[in-house]
Structures are given as C-alpha cells and as structure tokens.
Design a protein around this ligand. Structure first.
Ligand SMILES: Cc1ncc(COP(=O)(O)O)c(C=O)c1O
Length: 348
C-alpha cells in the first residue's frame, strides 16, 4: 500500500527492454547517436512542431536548464509558491540561471491565474532596482494534482508574452495532464503559448526519462553549452533516447498515465465515503489530497499504508488540530490490490 510517490515504483519493463536492446554494439556519444536523433524526431511528431530536444537525467536538471534559457541572471521567475522549482530543488533554478529570483504565488489548488500574475507584475515598478520579470513557470499536472486546461494556459501565455516574458511548463506529470484532458500535446503546449517545457517520464515508467523540449527557437540557441556546463550532456545518451522512444511507442506514456489517473479516481471516491474525510483539491490527475481524521490516519499508517503528510497550501478549509492533510500518489505500477486493501482498511 505504497502511495508515497510515483517514483517509488520501478521501470516499465518495456522501457527496460528498450535499454537492454540499446546495449548492442557501439554508438556515437554525447547525443550524436541514432537513437537520440530518432527520439528528437519522434517528439517533433508527437508535438506536431519543430522542437529542440535535450535529454537529461532528472526533472530538476530539466527545470534548471529550461529556466536558465528563459531567464537572465538578473531576471525573475514567477511560479506557484508550492512549485517544485520553488520548494523542492534546493535552489537549483537559482544556480542554473546564475541568480534569478523566484517569486511564488499562493494560488488555489496548485494553480495560478492571470489576475494573480498581473498583481505580482504590478509590483515591478522600479526598473533595474527590481529583478526583470522574465519567465512564468507553471506545472501541469500541478503539484496539487489539478490540471491547467489549454485555455487557461493560453490566458497566462498571452499575459506574460505581452510583458516580454516567456512561459515555461514543468511537465513532470505532463502525460497525466494530457490523459486527464484528452487533448493533444500540441494543444496543451505551443498552441497555448508554451515556449519551453520540462517533459518528464520518470514518474510514469522511466528510469531517467526527462527532456527539455523547446518550442521557441530563440531559446534553443547554444543550449548544448548550458547542458554540458550543467553536467547533463550524457555521453551514453542512447540509453536516455531508448527510454524516450519506448515511452512514446504505441502511446505507452498515455496508457500508463490513464491507469494512474484511474487509480487516483478510485482511491478518491473510496476515501470520500469515509466519515470525517474531506478531499482537498480536485482530483484531476494521479494525486489525491485529503484531510483525514488524525486517529484514522495513525491507524492506517500503522497497518502499513504509506503516504505523506502535506502542507495545506491553497486549501480552502484548513485541517483542524485533530486532522492531517495527506497526499496519495498513484502510479501505473501501483497494484490495484493496494488500492482495494487500503479502502478496505478505511471501512473498518
Ligand atoms: C512537479 C515536479 N517537477 C519536477 C520534479 C523533479 O524531478 P526529479 O526528482 O527527477 O529531479 C518533480 C519530482 O518530484 C516534480 O514533482
């Protein structure tokens, strides 16, 4: 009954098999191999757009490198106050950008609105005495398990573009957002105004399956220098590429995301029926946030359920003293039986 994160599970066997198959013979190094070329072409097909693709090993590196291309060292990155880049990456974005400032917005349900961004931008009135607003970073699916629709992304993009800023999307759970919305990768990204994204697959079946995907060609200039300086130009890049190709083949990425999202729905529906439990944020991807009675929570954890306490940021009704706010993350590899056993436990 492990719902701690979607990265506690292993690698999808089809992705692992592709890595093993890539192990035959020799290949050019540092991303000049045939598989990396094929992965780039495949992503261009998936996004229906010319894209620059840089395969990296972690989502943190993808975010830091992408932000460094979109933000000068004296710039500001606006993001959600609970965004992974703001609270989980040990200042990697500040390091990679060479000192840019992150400005957090406490938006509802893990999301931020154009009005909130506009409110922040109004504060930048002192020219070079403030950092230069350079980039807005949104996470889709968000850290609260909610999703931005294409129209919401477009409204944010239109606003920041009007201010000469770029739009970055942290897509560590991009497949979950897509599977939830049923729209195309193009509709949720460049067609809605996304300039650069971190395209993640590690949480959805990969081993080190992360990429920076660049839609705005001006941001792609000399990116390979950033990647090398950041220690992310992998010499045996064929193994990263093999993962990406397998991930995208026959919609494996979307199938896995649909499975994870479906399990999240099942868990949320079951939990919502338990006396004293309140579902926190809308369950739109593969995460469930819920306020739980503390005594029940302690009993469930004692019985072997694994999940984290979470900060109730952006929650309308905060947990009381006898309650905890918890996060449950579902993966394509979460055994269905784990969900059933947990829900049986909650009925006791
Ligand atoms: C929204 C989001 N972005 C980025 C990351 C970073 O991924 P990694 O752990 O591979 O650095 C995570 C991982 O938890 C995440 O949840």
């Amino acid at each position: 009954m492990n719902f701690a994160s979607d990265n506690v599970y292993g690698v999808d066997p089809r992705i692992l098999a592709a890595m093993v198959a890539a192990n035959e013979g020799t290949a050019r190094s540092y991303s000049y191999d045939n598989l990396t070329e094929a992965a780039r072409a495949r992503l261009a097909q998936v996004f229906e757009h010319q894209v620059a693709v840089h395969l990296v090993t972690t989502g943190t590196a993808a975010n830091g490198l992408a932000l460094s291309a979109a933000t000068p060292p004296y710039g500001a990155v606006i993001c959600h106050a609970e965004a992974h880049i703001a609270v989980d990456e040990c200042n990697a974005p500040e390091l990679f950008t060479g000192g840019a400032k992150l400005i957090g917005i406490h938006g509802r349900g893990g999301k931020i609105t154009p009005a909130e961004v506009e409110g922040v931008l109004k504060g930048f009135i002192r020219g070079e005495h403030d950092p230069k607003p350079a980039c807005l970073s949104i996470t889709n699916a968000s850290e609260a398990g909610t999703v931005y629709r294409p129209a919401e992304v477009k409204a944010l993009a239109d606003l920041v573009h009007a201010h000469g800023m770029k739009l970055h999307m942290d897509g560590a759970r991009f497949a979950n957002a897509l599977a939830s919305l049923g729209c195309s990768p193009a509709e949720l990204t460049w067609q809605a105004g996304v300039d650069i994204m971190s395209f993640g697959g590690t949480k959805n079946g990969g081993m080190m399956l992360e990429a920076v995907v660049i839609f705005d060609a001006t941001l792609a200039r000399e990116f390979n220098y950033r990647q090398m300086r950041g220690g992310q130009l992998v010499s045996k890049s064929r193994f990263l590429a093999a993962q990406m190709l397998a991930y995208l083949e026959n919609d494996l990425w979307l199938d896995n995301a649909r499975t994870a999202n479906g399990l999240a729905q099942r868990l949320a529906q079951g939990l919502a029926r338990v006396k004293g439990v309140r579902i926190g944020h809308a369950v739109e991807a593969n995460e469930v946030f819920a306020v739980l009675p503390r005594a029940a929570h302690e009993a469930w954890q004692k019985a072997g359920a694994v999940y984290y306490d979470w900060l109730p940021d952006g929650l309308e009704q905060k947990p009381g003293p006898d309650e905890v706010f918890a996060r449950f993350v579902l993966s394509h590899a979460t055994p269905e039986d784990a969900v059933h056993r947990f829900l049986a436990l909650t009925k006791k």
